[in-house]
Ligand binder design. Structure first.
Ligand code: URA
Length: 430
């Protein structure tokens, strides 16, 4: 089989066979196929798309390129959740303990943050001593005893995706729905769960900018999951403004704990409860979604979900934080509104970039983050604002943050008329 024939076939918009796709992935991982040919094929896929079957073959080939986590030693239904990335998205920190306290097995491999989006591993590692490097035996044993473990995704999981993603990044081929779907699903399937909820974000702070694209991506990922015998549910959720109020690692841990105690921001509480209900129900723990919702509410009210998070921290070597003496920054700066009115927009991308520049995130993957810094939003879309009201607080350790203050201020659009907030959960595709 010649790679040039595969490229020409895709260029001419003809579907590739499983053999051809496998030949490409195996050859690329073994460095027999050069970057220039792989780039040409990616660009042809970018323009001509892929059928559902092709996307499934691509997912399978990438999945087979590395380790597949064997969770068979875990009794019960394994559940997982994946977010396409956003600003202030600490849902996993809330959701994991929540569903684990309901009896679901939450076996989670997570990643780090890059650019304006945060990562679960960074948030957990901001807790003193928290260890995300668990080997397979320890990971499985902890899920069996505690119902929850969160570990770092190793480079051995779907290595073809890692190589291809790096190439897509420099060839303008990241925003292709079949390439994104197979990239995400190869890693999710390699991680071994039976029930997976995908949180597909749309809006300024997200990969997907329109509901149509989010719908197409969701539909394809659900279909790929189905082809592998997994139950996959996609939530399409709004990321035009950050989720919750806190953006920054320790700040987000505090907000997650408050949410588990029933005192979190309403959007985060709602999303965690809804995704949690689907996971708990499809894990076979309740007869209906309504019952799952009830169970989740009860686990929050009884503090069992909170206790589960504390148990997770201890099990992975972390020291439980004293929330009143947890954040230590040089300054706490209040950003005040220059006008009165109503918040019409709060640009998630601007807030994410401002937090990254403060040191809460990484501009390049080798940057070291400052776990204490970040932004706490005091006003969100729909809120009434008087002149000089505090819009946001900045936790800062840098010498000069004139630009970051400007970015936070300009992230807000304040208008005279009252504004209705759009729903957080836009669609659920199952
Ligand atoms: N996230 C992924 O893991 N892969 C993509 O291609 C895009 C987002």
């Amino acid at each position: 089989m010649r790679m040039v024939d595969i490229i020409e076939k895709k260029r001419d918009n003809k579907p590739l066979s499983k053999k051809e796709i496998t030949h490409f992935i195996e050859g690329y991982v073994r460095e027999r196929i050069p970057d220039y040919q792989a780039s040409a094929l990616l660009m042809a896929i970018y323009f001509n798309g892929m059928t559902d079957d092709e996307a499934t073959f691509l997912t399978e080939a990438m999945l087979q390129s590395g380790n597949i986590i064997d969770l068979s030693a875990i009794s019960g239904t394994k559940v997982d959740k994946h977010s396409t990335g956003g600003v202030g998205d600490k849902t996993t920190l809330v959701l994991g303990p929540l569903v684990a306290s309901c009896g679901a097995k939450f076996a989670k491999l997570s990643g780090r943050g890059l650019g304006h989006t945060g990562g679960t591993l960074d948030k957990l590692e901001s807790i003193d001593g928290f260890n995300v490097n668990l080997d397979n035996d320890r990971f499985v044993a902890q899920v069996n005893t505690l119902n929850i473990a969160v570990a770092g995704q190793t480079s051995k999981l779907a290595p073809a995706d890692k190589m291809l993603y790096a190439l897509r990044d420099v060839t303008g081929t990241v925003p292709s729905i079949p390439l994104i779907a197979s990239s995400i699903m190869s890693k999710k399937l390699a991680a071994g769960a039976d029930v997976i909820v995908l949180d597909v974000k749309i809006g300024e702070g997200a990969f997907m900018k329109t509901i149509e694209d989010a719908r197409n991506l969701s539909r394809l990922m659900v279909k790929i999951g189905e082809n592998f015998g997994k139950k996959v549910i996609a939530f399409i959720t709004d990321m035009s403004e950050p989720l919750g109020n806190a953006v920054g690692n320790k700040l987000e841990v505090i907000e997650a704990i408050r949410t588990l105690q029933g005192n979190g921001p309403s959007d985060l509480q709602k999303l965690s409860t809804e995704i949690g209900s689907y996971l708990v129900h499809h894990a076979g723990l309740t007869d209906s979604l309504k019952d799952a919702r009830k169970m989740i509410e009860q686990k929050i009210a009884s503090l069992e979900a909170n206790d589960k998070f504390q148990a997770l921290i201890e099990a992975q070597g972390g020291k439980l934080p004293d929330l009143n003496d947890y954040i230590h920054t040089r300054d706490l700066i209040a950003v005040k509104s220059e006008t009165g009115g109503y918040v019409e927009k709060l640009n998630a991308l601007d807030i994410g970039l401002a937090a990254m520049r403060l040191g809460a995130g990484r501009e390049t993957k080798d940057d070291v983050i400052d776990t204490d810094v970040g932004i706490v939003l005091n006003k969100k879309v729909g809120d009434k604002v008087e002149k000089d009201d505090v819009l946001a607080y900045i936790y800062n350790n840098k010498d000069d943050i004139t630009d970051e203050v400007k970015m936070v201020l300009s992230a807000y659009t304040i208008v005279e008329h009252a504004v209705e907030k759009q729903p957080l959960i836009l669609e659920i595709i199952a």
